[in-house]
Design a protein around this ligand. Structure first.
Ligand code: HEM
Ligand code: HEM
Length: 208
């Protein structure tokens, strides 16, 4: 089965999958930059934090576009292996994740604006401040930046835990349908893989 650009009721489309994994990668890199640079000398910390902030503004853009896309895209249905309460919880966690990846970079932008003003993006151009200099407000936004990140980390643990639970315990296609694997998930899988390099047997009508 070929993946389309848009979701269908059964599969995530290429755009949703691309948004999902791009955001995962961006957040991972920003987390590492912030944490690793903490103990470095200013000569290294400066450029690393510039990269952190620049990628952060880029993440804000991508996360906003993702919400727009999600609003107009087809909604993927739950798999029959997922009980209703789990599907409801997953929907809530997905919604909170979508919102919190906006709050994290936005609070970062407010926080840097309130302390220092404009933000240098990749040394190419400057993003104007979104608020006036105000150290008290800056401190509050810095608190929100860090707090929202740790709330996000909690939600993410639940999210990854659920994905792994479905993949290894329930053994359904929840994780596979978010990967770039074009699994024919209504079709029977091979019972025994004799050669791990062989592809799944497609019924003749699916062969090109
Ligand atoms: C999704 C995007 C972002 C993520 C995941 C993220 C995550 C983090 C994390 C984990 C820290 C370390 C907090 C700590 O020291 O415990 C941090 C610090 C920081 N972030 Fe972000 N951030 C993002 C976007 C931004 C943006 C857009 C800006 C500003 C434009 C920004 C500015 C900063 C600054 C200046 C610090 C250092 C705080 C300090 O002085 O300790 N971040 N960020
Ligand atoms: C290694 C990390 C991750 C794994 C293994 C993972 C796995 C998955 C899986 C399997 C689904 C499909 C769930 C279903 O169909 O019910 C999904 C959906 C989703 N994930 Fe993740 N995820 C990860 C990281 C993240 C991160 C960092 C975010 C933060 C924004 C996120 C946000 C979402 C959202 C919002 C959905 C719903 C579909 C959408 O609108 O894109 N995930 N994820």
């Amino acid at each position: 089965m070929k993946l389309g650009w848009r979701n269908t009721e059964k599969t995530y489309g290429k755009v949703t999958i691309a948004f999902h994994w791009t955001i995962v990668l961006l957040i991972l890199v920003q987390f590492l930059l912030a944490v690793i640079s903490e103990d470095l000398s200013p000569a290294y910390r400066g450029p690393m934090m510039t990269l952190h902030k620049s990628l952060g503004i880029f993440t804000l853009l991508i996360a906003s576009l993702r919400i727009l896309w999600w609003l107009f895209d087809t909604k993927v249905l739950r798999l029959s292996t997922t009980p209703v309460w789990q599907a409801r919880l997953a929907r809530l966690v997905h919604l909170l994740l979508r919102i919190i990846v906006i709050i994290i970079p936005l609070s970062g932008w407010y926080f840097v604006s309130a302390y220092r003003g404009a933000i240098d993006v990749f040394g190419l151009f400057a993003i104007p401040p979104i608020t006036q200099i105000n150290p008290d407000f800056g401190r509050a936004m810095k608190g929100l930046h860090i707090l929202s990140f740790w709330i996000f980390a909690g939600l993410l643990s639940l999210h990854i835990g659920a994905a792994l639970f479905h993949h290894f315990i329930v053994k359904d296609n929840t994780l596979k349908r978010m990967l770039v694997i074009t699994i024919p998930h209504q079709l029977p899988r091979r019972k025994k893989a004799t050669n791990s390099l062989k592809v799944i047997d497609f019924p003749k009508k699916f062969k090109k």
